[in-house]
Design a protein around this ligand. Sequence first.
Ligand code: COA
Length: 172
Amino acid sequence: MEIRQLSPADARAYQSLRLLALQESPTAFSASHGDEAGRSIEEVSARLVPAKDGSICMFGVFDQAELAGFLAVVHPQREKLRHCIELAGMYVAPPYRRRGFGGALLKAAIDHCQSVNGVRQIKLGVNATNVAAKALYESVGFESYGVEPDAMHVDGIFYGEEHYILRICSVA
Ligand SMILES: CC(C)(COP(=O)(O)OP(=O)(O)OC[C@H]1O[C@@H](n2cnc3c(N)ncnc32)[C@H](O)[C@@H]1OP(=O)(O)O)[C@@H](O)C(=O)NCCC(=O)NCCS
């Protein structure tokens, strides 16, 4: 297993896995398959350029050379919000699940967050019915602090979004 930040060179593998994610786990993401199916490879590549100011980057977990999962790290740069980082859009492809890929990816992202000066807390939102993801986040110390009712509407069903936070020490 290898974990590293994705770059434009990973665009085709990322696009293919992202579209699988949106098709296979539609209630785990706010984007729909239709939102992203038409994106050109140039658009996808542009999304994988790590922001120079660190405001967004995408981590990938690989098995041999195969992309098995991904997780975005979003760091607002505005002065009043710079102490918070958000994790978003986590996915591990079905053949790799329950083999430690998600946990390792999450820990790598948390390590990255802890290395950013001044960061005090990591936030994320998860479909309140997503037992697997909630167990994963809770296993590394995330705590739930509330549920937004009916936050997402997929195929006629409304889902709550559960908000999680992990308080970390500042390295400043
Ligand atoms: C949630 C997800 C990322 C977990 O990835 P994974 O690679 O299977 O996770 P790991 O194997 O590292 O599991 C780590 C821990 O998470 C928890 N966990 C993972 N899958 C679980 C499941 N199906 N049921 C209960 N707990 C689960 C367990 O505590 C597990 O530790 P254990 O295997 O020692 O019991 C993966 O199932 C996935 O991509 N699901 C679809 C998309 C999704 O839900 N994304 C999250 C959006 S917020």
